[in-house]
Design a protein around this ligand. Structure first.
Ligand code: SF4
Length: 334
């Protein structure tokens, strides 16, 4: 089967240019230079149609940036994306427009991602009207009603403004807005993190129902491992811009191979353990302005050797469908 989306050697860097004062100071010999954040570093992976792939990592590891690159919000600095086996850059203008609609993003904060001055019916119908997917007042009204029902909202509320809804309802509006252009792929960026725990479960169930009804594929970005374990088919673990392990969800949670994945899982409290010794990952995630040489995890890894400090390990297959990037997978016995 052809992957719906293939990410091929994608990197994303952000460069902070020098302002006028900085340029003058640099010309006068001050040790000032442009700063480059290496947010995503040579990431490759594929997502199959109908799959839910979790993308997990600490804050600042680059997972949201990768999500935005996938959703077409940020162009990659290097590498490319393939949709249904074709590089998106090679598509005709018309197909590229459709590809942009095919991949939609659900944001973390429903309050700030909805225009407070627009009625819900206009928020939901804006993009389909612009792309001439609906026309006329009656068709648009039926279209909005249908979408609101699909995400569990009563259409009688469609003339209200976002502030008249609860947080969970606002996230449902955001989901309806994304679905309005008939996407095939949703990038959910911490889409439930801002919601109360009881509401989180409802929205997770909604994502599962929509996957079933509409055949959607998801890139589910989250720092919450218990949610990821519940909803995903496979999980990719990201550390400082790189994917360090990717495997079916059950394998990641039962037999994690990479020392970073093991450290992340060690921090999750488990009901089946009477006593939980929390072993926080030592140190802080290094700055993406100046990432460590070799394996990015080496300053925090208890198993680091000179090889780790000098050479970046590549992702390699440890079991069918299970890949990890570590020089010492075999000798560590992890
Ligand atoms: Fe640790 Fe070395 Fe493996 Fe990196 S390559 S995770 S530093 S053992």
């Amino acid at each position: 089967m052809t992957p719906i989306l293939e990410i091929e050697n994608v990197s994303k860097r952000f460069t902070k240019k020098l302002d006028a004062a900085g340029k003058i100071a640099a010309r006068l010999g001050a040790n000032i230079r442009e700063e480059t954040v290496h947010a995503v570093d040579n990431v490759s992976m594929s997502i199959m149609p109908g799959e839910v792939l979790g993308l997990v990592g600490e804050s600042g590891c680059g997972k949201s940036t990768l999500g935005r690159v996938v959703a077409g919000i940020h162009p990659p600095s290097a590498g490319q994306l393939h949709l249904d086996g074709t590089p998106i850059n090679d598509l005709s203008a018309q197909d590229k427009r459709r590809a942009n609609l095919d991949i939609q993003m659900i944001f973390q904060d429903p309050s700030s991602s909805l225009n407070p001055r627009m009625r819900v019916e206009d928020i939901i119908s804006e993009a389909p009207r612009m792309h001439k997917m609906v026309s006329g007042a009656s068709e648009t009204s039926d279209f909005v009603d249908d979408l609101m029902r699909k995400v569990g909202l009563d259409p009688v509320m469609k003339r209200r403004y976002p502030h008249q809804f609860s947080g969970g309802q606002r996230q449902r509006i955001g989901i309806a807005r994304a679905l309005a252009v008939k996407p095939r792929f949703l990038v959910c960026d911490e889409a439930i993190a801002a919601l109360d725990v009881s509401i989180q479960a409802q929205v997770i169930n909604l994502f599962a129902d929509l996957r079933e009804d509409l055949g959607l594929t998801y890139l589910f970005i989250s720092h919450d491992l218990s949610v990821v374990q519940h909803i995903t088919d496979r999980v990719a673990i990201m550390y400082l811009g790189r994917i360090v392990e990717i495997a079916p969800t059950d394998d990641i949670f039962s037999t994690p191979r990479h020392p970073y994945t093991r450290a992340l899982l060690d921090q999750v409290p488990r009901l089946d353990q009477r006593k939980q010794d929390f072993t926080p990952i030592r140190g802080e995630i290094p700055s993406p302005l100046d990432p460590p040489t070799g394996c990015h995890f080496h300053p925090r890894c208890p198993h680091a050797t000179d090889l780790c400090r000098q050479n970046a390990p590549q992702l390699s297959t440890v079991l069918s469908g299970h890949m990890a990037s570590c020089h010492h997978l075999e000798t560590l016995g992890v």
